[in-house]
Design a protein around this ligand. Sequence first.
Ligand code: IMP
Length: 185
Amino acid sequence: MSHYKPDHIISNGERFRVWLTEEEIRERTAEIGRELGRQFEGRRPIFIGVLNGAFIFLSDLMRHTPIPCEVDFIKLSSYGDEKVSSGQVTELKEIHADLAGRDVILVEDIVDTGLSISFLADKLSAMNPESLTLVTLLHKVSATTHPVTLDHVGFEIPDRFVLGYGLDYSQEGRNLAQIYIQEDA
Ligand code: IMP
């Protein structure tokens, strides 16, 4: 299979370099999947993926979780096409599954300010799940101003813009197999 993974990438006129390789992402995703498999053994959790950014991580994570499970998606808008959050969250696609009494695993690509995931955690909790587990592939710890307890974090990263493996910059770069970080200007 030929994956798209150059050493550098120019997106929207800015230069990015590799931060996490395909193998590092795969190993960490497999580890989290195994942990979820142990955590929910004998249960049938439902993954809720946050579109669009989490679609690749979610699909890999589910396949590394060795128990029966289900999936649904939610879509929020807080960034538009800019790099800086608008500070507002709008719901663009609702969850259709009934989450009452379910073990819900919310899957984000990245937690930046924490606004989106805290909004989602409140929203999902109000749907009376049996349990709510928060998973994110990336966490910009020093940028997080909305405190939230994350159950599984793939990687903690600096407060710099990243793209690839589902994450975009103005819709570019989602199909890159690795994660790239913005270089110093
Ligand atoms: P938060 O609400 O500030 O935590 O932002 C979360 C959302 O912002 C993520 O789901 C992404 O869609 C987007 N985001 C934040 N930082 C980045 C980044 O570095 N690259 C791409 N998208 C990002």
